[in-house]
Design a protein around this ligand. Structure first.
Ligand code: HEC
Length: 244
């Protein structure tokens, strides 16, 4: 019994380390079938994140195809490099120098939605606030003393104090989040929530690009089983008739 208890504690350890963040998160309901949202998220990603964070387990052409963006349009509006269209989505951030600049090399984000979860990402990207004691003048509610600057500050502005989180988030209709801005941004609070929603939708797609297809196949399999079950039912009935 003791052995089982000990192994259960070890099995739960990774969960506990996440729970130890101790901050309530805003939750978000994503829609992987919303192509417009995914396209907007991809645009924000390529404009604001790709410079530091690669997506090196994905390829440009696959993303363009999944998101219904024609190659010439993808190249013109989303790709800020002349890499080949079939190549992996890498960037030119030098790992060694970036460690000096930020204290840590910005990690690849292809699988970050699976690692951190959608709610965490949604809260993290809306969780920056002014903190003069930090190198970039900001801290983050869900990632204390983070090494990343608030790269979306031009859109959101900079929150004067810790934002409030931990409720169900119906994009923009909620009443919590950042109460007061120290610096204004170009977007309203609702618009910024929408921008982050699209960005997280895109990162969730990145971490699980086959989700829609898998779900579609799942339904097909169930349908097949149901039809097959019905046929075998009829067949057994026929057989039983012969027995009597
Ligand atoms: C100027 C470089 C830079 C840019 C641009 C940037 N980041 Fe970061 N980001 C970092 C660094 C550095 C870290 C590591 C922070 C740490 O561990 O303290 C990081 C960490 C993260 C993490 C946490 C990863 C983890 O699991 O530890 C996420 C998520 C993230 N960034 C998302 C984004 C998104 C989304 C964008 C675009 C809106 C973006 N970043 C733009 C530098 C950047």
């Amino acid at each position: 019994m003791k052995k089982y208890l000990i192994s259960a504690v070890f099995a739960l350890l990774p969960m506990m380390s996440f729970a130890a963040v101790g901050v309530a998160l805003d939750s978000v309901d994503l829609d992987p079938s919303d192509k417009t949202s995914l396209q907007l998220g991809a645009t924000t990603y390529m404009d604001y994140c790709m410079g530091c964070h690669s997506l090196k387990y994905a390829r440009y052409n696959r993303v363009a195809r999944d998101l219904d963006i024609p190659e010439d349009e993808f190249r013109a509006t989303l790709m800020h490099s002349d890499a080949s269209f079939g190549s992996l989505m890498e960037n030119a951030m030098p790992a060694k120098q970036s460690k000096v600049w930020f204290g840590i090399t910005p990690p690849d984000l292809t699988l970050v939605a699976r690692l951190r979860g959608n709610d965490w990402l949604y809260s993290y990207l809306r969780g920056f606030y002014a903190d003069a004691s930090r190198p970039f003048g900001v801290n983050n509610l869900v990632f204390k003393d983070v090494g990343m600057p608030h790269v979306l500050a031009e859109l959101q502005g900079v929150c004067a104090d810790k934002p409030q989180m931990g409720g169900h988030e119906d994009r923009g209709t909620h009443d919590d989040g950042c109460k007061k801005l120290a610096v204004e941004g170009t977007q309203t609070k609702e618009e910024y929530d929408e921008t982050v929603y699209d960005l997280v939708n895109f990162l969730a797609y990145m971490g699980d690009p086959n989700k829609l297809e898998r779900e579609r196949l799942g339904w097909m399999v169930l349908l097949f089983l149901a039809v097959f079950w019905f046929i075998s039912l009829l067949y057994t009935r026929e057989l039983k008739k012969d027995i009597h």
